[in-house]
Design a binder for this molecule. Sequence first.
Ligand code: SF4
Ligand code: SF4
Ligand code: SF4
Length: 264
Amino acid sequence: MEGNGKVRIGFYALTSCYGCQLQLAMMDEILQLIPNAEIVCWFMVERQSFEDKPVDIALIEGSVSTEEEVELVKRIRGNARIVVAVGACAVQGGVQSWTDKPLEELWKTVYGDGKVKFEPKMAEPVSKYIKVDYNIYGCPPEKKDFLYTLGTLLIGSWPEDIDYPVCVECRLKGYPCVLIEKGEPCLGPITRAGCDARCPGFGIACIGCRGAIGYDVAWFDSLARTFREKGLTREEIIERMKIFNAHNPKLEEMVNKIFEGVKE
Ligand code: SF4
Ligand code: SF4
Ligand code: SF4
């Protein structure tokens, strides 16, 4: 906090669609924050932004996808009291981590022979390079996630993580289960709640944008077994579970386990 008593906030973007910061920028409630906060860096809303100034709370959106971004997140960490990874790209590496294709092939597909001023690398979560104090989940996060996190940090407390799956909210809302009733590969059982089961509410299977509740839970095996019984192959299950979980070190092991001794 500076001498003026205001909390210094920075919102930094790595490789991303800018959807997370847009979500925060479009919240009316952000106006209530202004008298108590100083926006040190947030290029979307403040032209006079400074990436290398000290902040109390650093919000980081996007996956670390260039060597320059590796250095940037280290500088942000060095200047920040609290670092918050915002959204699926920053927390889990995002959908851009999904692919198994080599970087060179991806590069050619997007840029052809074009030249750029950065050194690309495969997309990774922010926590791969620096200590992250708190995560805000989702693609993009819900408005209430921002309110809860910023509100809690601003009063000097600490937000709590959600430790139950989307299924809990889905059942509480009374939505029909797309997994049981339509046989669709819903990832709700292994995905962190907080979105009020937004997708099942529209009759669509969850694809896990809020990330896995935990990498060690047995629910991965159990859901993979259910998917297998519904006719999905090992590859289809891994592809599905990988959408927002590409950096889960145990994913393939957990899925492979339930196919041991099974004829595919
Ligand atoms: S998490 Fe989703 S909304 Fe946020 S930057 Fe990444 S792709 Fe965009
Ligand atoms: S629709 Fe998905 S989130 Fe809802 S109860 Fe069924 S499996 Fe869980
Ligand atoms: S239901 Fe799943 S994919 Fe849809 S918003 Fe919630 S966590 Fe994300």
